[in-house]
Design a protein around this ligand. Structure first.
Ligand code: PMV
Length: 345
């Protein structure tokens, strides 16, 4: 595997990319442009080493129409109709790339994700980042990291953060060209982890895309926007200082603020299940007992526990005792999207 975008794939009509999902510490929720997916605010995230999508794309005249195959892992069956893995959105993304290289060639896309989709683990981020790198490369484009991030953003907003390495900031921007993600620090910068607890593999009832459209119906959204710049700067400062307790407090409060907006939208969005809530309360209890761990949650019931790597074992032991938890996935900070020689077909 390699991040050397320009030279890696010899046959430039077929390419494979691997991309991580990411966890946002400061969240993206609300768009100022629906089509271009320009966010209302900047966000901050970490790429995740063990939540991955691998995608192979081939453009060839032998394909009379686009063929899209989205496979789950052996552990989880991913249905093609799931948001973020929707073949229609994949084809729209291919159309953007076809337009850039002025071709009508159809493509075959095979994509494999090693974690459940539609449960709050951002499979659309890894999915559209992998698709962007594989499809642009297969089409013969040698895009810069910035241009890959801009293109990935148009497939799924959070996908732009899965292109650069490690700890990442998405610069909100006011135009398509100025809204992209950059790496603030490499993966080995800070030894923290994201211990993901899979509470259930049931799919969420409202997709992120649909949920985001409700954002301005929450009476608290304007207040969030008034304070978000200062919050983002504070988070970046704490990341720079590697101040884990204060960083953890801030990211947990941010997750709760996101869900306060969701809960007070009309109609309301409730992504938690009793299992999610049980873990939220336990995390606070464990903290009270001296274990520094903080939670964050996206659009789904599965929950991310952020801790220092030295505490992973302790947290895993505690999680194993909770009946509601179906699986635990340990994630370290990771590189972003990269090319691979292991084609899926
Ligand atoms: O990229 P989308 O449309 O799936 O939205 C992601 C939104 C959150 O996961 C809730 C927050 C974030 O910044 O990742």
């Amino acid at each position: 595997m390699c991040k050397d975008y320009p030279t890696r794939v010899k046959n430039n009509m077929k390419a494979t990319a691997v991309a991580p999902s990411n966890i946002a510490f400061i969240k993206y929720w609300g768009k100022k442009d629906e089509v271009l997916r320009l966010p209302e605010n900047g966000s901050l995230s970490m790429n995740l080493s063990n939540l991955l999508t691998t995608t192979t794309v081939e453009f060839d005249k032998k394909y009379r129409q686009d063929e899209v195959f989205l496979k789950g892992s052996t552990l989880y069956k991913v249905e093609p109709s799931q948001e973020g893995n929707d073949p229609k959105r994949v084809i729209e993304h291919l159309n953007l790339i076809r337009k850039m290289v002025k071709t009508n060639l159809k493509a075959k896309v095979v994509s494999q994700t090693n974690f459940p989709s539609g449960t709050g683990l951002s499979s659309s981020a890894s999915g559209f980042a992998a698709l962007t790198l594989a499809a642009s490369k297969a089409a013969g484009l040698n895009l810069s990291e910035k241009d890959l991030s801009i293109l990935a953003r148009q497939g799924s907003g959070s996908a732009c953060r899965s292109i650069p390495d490690g700890f990442v900031e998405w610069l909100d921007g006011s135009t398509s060209k100025t809204s992209y993600a950059i790496s603030l620090f490499p993966p080995d910068y800070w030894k923290i982890a994201d211990v993901v607890a899979i509470v259930s593999t049931d799919k969420k009832d409202v997709s992120s895309t649909a949920g985001q459209k409700l954002v301005s119906s929450s009476p608290f959204f304007q207040t969030r926007l008034q304070n978000i710049k200062i919050k983002l700067e504070r988070a970046k400062q704490l990341l720079t200082e590697k101040n884990f307790p204060l960083f953890g407090e801030l990211l947990e409060a941010e997750a709760l603020e996101l869900h306060a907006i969701m809960l007070t939208s009309r109609p309301s969005l409730i992504y938690w299940t009793p299992g999610t809530l049980k873990i939220m309360k336990l995390v606070k209890k464990w903290r009270g007992e001296g274990l520094p761990v903080y939670f964050t949650i996206n659009t789904g019931q599965d929950i991310h526990l952020i801790c220092e790597q030295k505490n992973i074992d302790k947290i895993q032991e505690k999680l194993k005792e909770i009946d509601e938890i179906k699986n635990i996935i340990i994630n370290y900070p990771s590189v972003g999207a990269r090319l691979s020689d292991n084609h899926l077909f």
